[in-house]
Design a protein around this ligand. Structure first.
Ligand SMILES: [Zn+2]
Length: 428
């Protein structure tokens, strides 16, 4: 049996309700609601079907419409053209609520607290990535890069934010921050400005959530560290050995610590607390952790972080693991979205205003729902394990979705897990 909340029907139900609230604020000139359009957009990424609403024949259309209603609560599915037209008008920020509703389910189901890492704090990894680039297609929100020969490249980037834990394969995405043209601003938007908006939005939505921001060296700057302090967020930020002076000439401030783990890997730490961030920000005090990993074969890896977590011989190992888990935003998030069936860089249609950003939000929301199922839903996991890989799993879901009448998610996952003959059990 699927549990009521942390399963596909439960999660899609809270998302659909949040879409209805957006729908109520927007006029519709047809009887297709905006909520049905948003849900159809979400279904595209949930099913990983680039052209969900183009059918080969009317029998297929009937079946897919039935399945969209039963699985995604879509009363009336829009055409591809109408879907794009409507979604282009949606203010992307309005979609943040849907992420929060899913997040609240994780909090209520006591799943989130398993994810806390140090002293009730959660690791939140931030990183930017591009998802659209063209010399021809563009919209009002595109950033522009002008070349000397007069050509212009149009692009959209985003700053992703995902909760990570080194002991978990799954991650929990929060709403990303689009890096795009802001109203009334002629200059291109940038990652630093997006970070300000992202941190402000997250703090407004989660005023009490204890967070440790994990970032790469680009963020090891005075203004950024001040911003995090202002919003009461702790940090572990990578940096490029700017502290050589400290380790060479101020050894009285430095503690050294070494351990060899059960696999024979040597972990060498050097650290100092309460150090000025840099020459231009003597008033901002941070702690510096320098670390070498030496494998039994002699292979060396080196990292340096700045943090405001107190560094002691008993805390450095965990902080190092937290800092290194940052790669999960690249490997487990962006790479999954780009290479594991979500088609992150595929152009689903660009629109004139918001379409690209709305699609990016819906894709991240579908990814969140998949990750929550992977964490909490036994039927989903059994079907995924049976399929051996995500790509195969999505292929099977697509296959059943287009070829059979389905009445529930349970029926779909059971069909994949217990493939007896060709048809899923109890289908009409
Ligand atoms: Zn654009």
């Amino acid at each position: 049996m699927l549990r009521k909340t942390l399963s596909a029907p439960g999660l899609l139900d809270v998302v659909k309700k949040s879409f209805h609230k957006i729908s109520d604020l927007c006029q519709s000139r047809t009887n297709i609601t905006l909520a049905d359009c948003l849900m159809s957009g979400l279904a595209i990424f949930s099913l990983k079907i680039p052209s969900l609403l183009q059918f080969d024949h009317s029998k297929e259309e009937k079946r897919i419409k039935h399945n969209l209603e039963k699985l995604y609560q879509i009363k009336q599915a829009p055409s591809d053209t109408y879907l794009r037209e409507r979604l282009d008008t949606v203010e992307p920020l309005m979609l943040r609520k849907s992420f929060k509703k899913v997040f609240a389910q994780l909090q209520r189901g006591n799943v989130l607290e398993q994810f806390s890492y140090i002293d009730g704090h959660y690791l939140l990894s931030l990183d930017g990535t591009g998802y659209f680039n063209s010399h021809k297609i563009h919209c009002a929100s595109c950033c522009e890069k002008k070349y000397k020969d007069g050509t212009i490249a149009y692009y959209h980037n985003m700053l992703g934010a995902v909760l990570i834990n080194p002991d978990y394969k799954e991650i929990i995405p929060l709403p990303p921050e689009p890096i795009h043209q802001q109203d009334g601003n002629n200059k291109n938007d940038c990652e630093q400005n997006a970070a300000k908006r992202l941190v402000t939005n997250i703090r407004r939505e989660h005023p009490h959530l204890k967070l440790i921001i994990v970032e790469d060296a680009l963020s090891a700057t005075g203004p950024h560290v001040m911003l995090l302090k202002q919003y009461k967020m702790k940090f572990i930020i990578g940096c490029k050995s700017a502290y050589d002076y400290l380790f060479r000439h101020r050894k009285e401030l430095v503690t050294e610590h070494e351990i060899i783990d059960g696999n024979g890997v040597q972990h060498c730490f050097r650290f100092a607390n309460d150090i000025p961030l840099n020459g231009s920000h003597l008033n901002i005090k941070i702690n510096v952790l320098d670390y070498y990993e030496i494998s039994p074969s002699g292979k060396k890896k080196h990292f340096t972080w700045i943090t405001d977590l107190p560094l002691t011989t008993s805390s450095v190992y965990k902080i190092m693991k937290g800092g290194r888990a940052r790669w999960k935003i690249e490997n487990e998030t962006f790479n999954t979205l780009k290479n594991q069936g979500y088609h992150f860089e595929h152009n689903y249609g660009h629109g004139d205003k918001n379409l690209t950003t709305v699609f990016a939000y819906l894709m991240m929301l579908a990814f969140l729902i998949d990750q929550v199922q992977q964490l909490c839903c036994k039927l989903f996991k059994a079907a995924l394990d049976f399929s051996k890989s995500k790509i195969r799993f999505w292929e099977k879901i697509r296959g059943y979705f287009t070829l059979y009448y389905l009445d529930s998610w349970e029926q779909l996952y059971d069909a994949i897990t217990y493939q007896k003959g060709d048809a899923p059990p109890n289908t009409s």
